[in-house]
Design a protein around this ligand. Structure first.
Ligand SMILES: Nc1nc2c(c(=O)[nH]1)N[C@H]1C(S)=C(S)[C@@H](COP(=O)(O)O)O[C@H]1N2
Ligand SMILES: [Mo]
Length: 524
């Protein structure tokens, strides 16, 4: 470590150690978040690489430029961190301009590189936080001693303060903690990412017995800018409580079915995909979706019917719920009836003809047509316990959300967007409407508070047995005529059973938000 009895060096040394700890954490975070480049890597990329050009005699010398430039950058970094450390002799926050400055420059570099995403800045932010926090931790004992001495001497010189033994020990312990913390973060992140990379590789190698159909003809109403009927895996909303997406090897995955059953069953991934695969279109939505919100998507799911799995175990009388548990411990309680009736409630292994993405529950998750995700769509599902609602409690239900939670009858305007400026005259508008497992019968719009008028509703898919699939959303469109000026369009849907979507505005808790979606726009 740095010599503790020469404080001039110890301030600077603390700065450098904090700097290195921050870089280690940024490496770990980059790996754990699966980002393509570490902040250090991004800086290194700034040095023009000469290694690729071969053939001319000057190449050997040119090849040296890059390591030298890299050393220089390292020296600049060390010098900055050293000054930060020395500034911290005054107060823990005196180094903030340097740390935030360096973090800001790195964040700008990381975000502006080609393909940069907001998530790429997380490791930089983590590094900056670690710089500030660990430097303050490393220097606090010495600053405390300075304050103590200042009570006796008029102006103690922070550079010449002889360390008391206790202070020296405190600093060394803290230096050890910071070093160990940095090492654990770097190694842990790397270890984690290797697990994820391996699972990504296994996922690509999987060859599932599933199909990948096109959306049926006449589904689309052909309005530019409207939400596509089929939602791609990348575009599909993601809603979960995990900090790290579980990386589960299919070979390690098991589904345990137990509780109020005749015979407990444990099913492997190989068992599962060896069973009869059922496939269908299902629209999934989150209960927290606000009116007009985007927490809804529609995909082609492939998997094994939960009813079949429960039948294998033999459900005992008296049960009315299945407590589902995911690999990460998340739980939801699902009405047994929805899992055993004739709807296609699935333990799904594929979405849109591809194995589930890790984010959406690889290698297996449940999908239950007609129910909100929080009571039914358990990602990374590993356990199904047949039970009674009276005997279980789940987090969302404890927060007041409904125990039985069918997806609300909902409709949304996609076009025009809020605040759009359009040409006066005839305007093509459109959106989506859903009431999964019930089905949309009609969609109505009202312009500028005028009377409700029917919109055109796009086609529906059909189940394999030929019956119409009521489990998905539909697109709708309408031609309206708008004079110049400000306008407002609102939409409501009506189910096949004749239920009209309510205009009463309610919060998502307990059973999903309600109210008519309205868009304001102007024409000229
Ligand atoms: N393991 C696990 N499964 C989960 C959740 C979760 O937090 N953890 N969230 C649920 C909620 S609230 C919703 S709306 C859906 C969302 O599924 P998606 O992320 O595939 O769109 O997953 C459900 N399944
Ligand atoms: Mo949700």
């Amino acid at each position: 470590m740095f010599p503790m009895n020469t404080p001039r060096l110890s301030w600077g040394g603390a700065g450098v150690l904090a700097g290195l700890a921050g870089l280690a954490v940024s490496h770990g975070a980059t790996a754990a978040l699966n980002r393509p480049r570490t902040p250090v890597g991004v800086v290194r990329d700034l040095v023009p690489s000469t290694a690729q050009s071969t053939g001319s005699p000057s190449d050997a010398a040119a090849g040296l430029v890059s390591p030298i430039a890299q050393l220089l950058m390292l020296a600049v970094f060390a010098a900055l961190m050293l000054s930060a450390g020395r500034l911290s002799a005054r107060a823990w926050w005196a180094s903030l301009p340097i740390h935030i400055g360096v973090g800001g420059v790195l964040a700008a570099l990381v975000l502006t590189r080609q393909g940069g995403e907001l998530a790429d800045a997380v490791p930089v932010v983590a590094a900056t936080v670690v710089w500030i926090w660990s430097l303050s931790l490393l220097t606090e004992p010495t600053r405390a001693e300075l304050r103590r001495v200042a009570r006796d001497e008029a102006t103690p010189d922070p550079e010449k303060l002889p360390h008391a033994l206790a202070t020296r020990r405190a600093v060394l312990v803290r230096a050890g903690l910071v070093t160990a913390g940095g090492a654990v973060a770097a190694v842990g992140g790397k270890w984690f990412s290797e697990g994820r990379r391996e699972v990504e590789r296994l996922r690509r190698l999987l060859n599932l017995p599933v199909t990948d159909p096109r959306p049926p003809a006449a589904i689309s109403v052909g309005v530019d800018g409207i939400t596509p009927w089929q939602t791609g895996a990348r575009r599909f909303f993601r809603q979960d409580t995990v900090f790290q997406v579980p990386a589960i090897r299919p070979g390690d995955w098991q589904l345990r079915i137990h509780g109020m059953v005749d015979e407990e069953r444990v099913i492997s991934f190989a068992d599962l995909i060896g069973m009869k695969i059922t496939e269908d279109w299902v629209t999934l939505s989150c209960v927290t979706n606000p009116v007009g919100g985007e927490l809804v998507g529609n995909a082609w799911w492939s998997g094994v019917r939960v009813a079949r799995l429960l039948e294998m175990a033999g459900v005992q009388p008296g049960a009315d719920a299945v407590l589902q548990t995911s690999y990460d411990g998340w739980q939801c309680g699902t009405p047994l009836a929805a899992l055993t009736d004739d709807r296609n409630a699935l333990v799904a292994v594929a979405m849109n003809g591809e194995p589930l993405t890790l984010e959406h529950g690889f290698p297996a998750r449940t999908i239950v047509p007609g129910l909100f995700g929080y009571v039914s769509a358990c990602k990374w599902v590993v356990d199904l316990e047949v039970t009674r609602f009276d005997d279980i409690e789940t987090e969302m239900v404890a927060e007041g959300f409904a125990e039985l939670s069918p997806i609300e009858l909902t409709s949304r305007v996609d076009v025009p967007r809020e605040g759009d400026e359009v040409k006066a005259g005839v305007l093509l508008v459109g959106g989506v409407a859903w009431s999964p497992h019930v089905g949309i019968g009609a969609v109505e719009i009202a312009v500028d508070g005028g009377p409700w008028q029917f919109a055109h509703v796009g086609g529906t898919a059909h189940h394999r047995d030929g019956n119409p699939n009521r489990d998905t959303w539909v697109q709708w469109s309408a031609e309206i005529t708008v004079p110049p000026g400000d306008h407002e369009i609102r939409v409501r849907a009506i189910t096949v059973e004749g239920t009209v979507q309510t205009g009463v505005e309610r919060d998502p808790n307990p059973g999903g938000a309600s109210g008519w979606h309205t868009r304001k726009f102007s024409a000229s």
